[in-house]
Design a protein around this ligand. Structure first.
Ligand SMILES: *[C@@H]1O[C@H](CO)[C@@H](O)[C@H](O)[C@H]1NC(C)=O
Ligand SMILES: *[C@@H]1O[C@H](CO)[C@@H](O)[C@H](O)[C@H]1NC(C)=O
Ligand SMILES: *[C@@H]1O[C@H](CO)[C@@H](O)[C@H](O)[C@H]1NC(C)=O
Ligand SMILES: *[C@@H]1O[C@H](CO)[C@@H](O)[C@H](O)[C@H]1NC(C)=O
Ligand SMILES: *[C@@H]1O[C@H](CO)[C@@H](O)[C@H](O)[C@H]1NC(C)=O
Length: 378
């Protein structure tokens, strides 16, 4: 009687033990993660081993597509430090194990509403959304959301206050790059302002950038006081005068350089401490960094046209009366000494232009559909 009882007890104890082991074997780290949400008595119940089998048919097993998919929501709670760290990760295997369609990331650095937004809407309209992505950095107090039909709908990234000419400008550019890097499909990254316009149709711009061997970060050695004169001897030995470059803030870059830009922990503090007015970080940081890190990958020129001929510290702003087909064609093909992938007889070298006043929207909307007609190009 006692013997029978002990055997029964043993069986019960063993079965508990066995099912516990069973669970720890079956519940690998990932499974465990997915069981948590519906953790339920039945899962913990020792008598319900058969229920475990339901885990194998669970629809929550992550597929490869889930791992490489673009983040569905651009809004997140990461700090800049966390974001940069996450975005700096790059695969060590060169070949993609899937059919990757490279995208161009259009990154808008704006104060608030985009006055030329309708022109950009027209620019993207009808094009395959797998070919591009849009990111908006706005003043934090700007909370308007465009309508659902807009290409800018829910494309705002968590943003901070930007002061023109200050380090916060570089921080915003790095924030845009880092957010865009979270999408593995983004291959080219172009920084645009609220006064920028496209000079060609979407496909022309897409093909130009995707097929380019080089990035388009303006970077040159300016011997004048507004160039070399802004170098500070205290930057040595991290940076020497021969490393020092000047350039336009409106860059275009490939993924590798983008990752290096957001990963930089060495040069950024040197600029922060020693590039003070009349040295402006946004005119020197990217230009010098790319010259130091990836000079052979850069064309050293910008794809964003701007008119400095009026002199002063600000380029010319174009108004409604300036806009005509002749004017736009002049800047589209204003190609003194430009080269593309080493071919110096490229017919155009600017894809974007600035600065355009909000009043230019109406004539631009009228002229560009004919001008950007892809089928009649080249
Ligand atoms: C627990 O399991 C029962 C039966 O399988 C189910 O009806 C119930 O919704 C579950 N509870 C939770 C919180 O998942
Ligand atoms: C850009 O400049 C760097 C040096 O600053 C040079 O190594 C590189 O070859 C230049 N790029 C082109 C396309 O000439
Ligand atoms: C164009 O290139 C030639 C040869 O490289 C050079 O001599 C000339 O100064 C360049 N012109 C401009 C406007 O940069
Ligand atoms: C260079 O570009 C011109 C104009 O786009 C083209 O006609 C020519 O074939 C190109 N040359 C080479 C070597 O690719
Ligand atoms: C675009 O070009 C094609 C062929 O050249 C022409 O048939 C069409 O009318 C043009 N579209 C516009 C909007 O100009």
């Amino acid at each position: 009687m006692v013997f029978c009882f002990s055997i029964a007890l043993c069986v019960i104890v063993l079965s508990f033990f066995a099912s516990d082991r069973m669970k720890s074997v079956l519940l690998s780290r990932e499974d465990y993660f997915y069981i948590l949400p519906d953790q339920n008595d039945s899962v913990v119940n020792a008598n319900s081993d058969c229920k475990l089998s339901s885990f194998f048919s669970s629809p929550s097993l992550r597929s490869f597509e889930d791992w490489v998919a673009a983040p569905k929501d651009l809004w997140h709670s990461m700090s800049d430090e966390e974001l940069m760290w996450r975005a700096s990760m790059a695969p060590n295997v060169a070949e993609y194990p899937y059919n990757r369609t490279p995208k161009v990331a259009f990154m808008f650095l704006a104060r608030g509403r985009l006055p030329l937004g309708p022109l950009w809407e027209r620019f993207f309209k009808g094009h395959d959304p797998r070919l591009y992505s849009i990111y908006l950095h706005c003043s934090p107090e700007f909370t308007d959301e465009p309508t659902e039909s807009s290409v800018f709908y829910k494309r705002k990234i968590p943003s901070k206050v930007v002061e023109w000419g200050k380090a916060s400008m570089i921080d915003a550019e790095r924030r845009l790059l880092a957010n865009a890097l979270l999408d593995f499909s983004n291959e080219r990254f172009v920084l645009l302002s609220e006064t920028c316009i496209p000079l060609f149709g979407f496909l022309t711009i897409y093909n130009y950038l995707i097929s380019s061997k080089y990035s388009f970060i303006s970077s040159f050695d300016d011997p004048r006081p507004i160039g070399r004169g802004r170098y500070n001897k205290r930057m040595w030995p991290t940076l020497s005068i021969s490393d020092w470059r000047k350039g336009s803030q409106w860059f275009e870059t490939q993924r590798k350089i983008a990752i290096d830009l957001i990963s930089d922990r060495k040069y950024y503090p040197v600029f922060l401490n020693h590039c003070k007015p009349p040295c402006y970080m946004d005119e020197h940081y990217m230009a010098t960094l790319v010259n130091k890190q990836n000079p052979e990958m850069n064309s050293n020129t910008s794809v964003t046209w701007v008119d400095w001929t009026t002199g002063g510290s600000h380029p010319k702003t174009f108004l409604r009366k300036d806009i005509s087909e002749t004017f736009l064609n002049r800047i589209r093909y204003d190609s003194v000494n430009c080269s593309y992938n080493g071919n110096s007889s490229s017919s155009y070298c600017f894809l974007f232009a600035r600065k355009f006043h909000p009043s230019t929207l109406e004539p631009l909307l009228r002229i560009t559909p004919r001008l950007f007609n892809e089928t009649s190009l080249q």
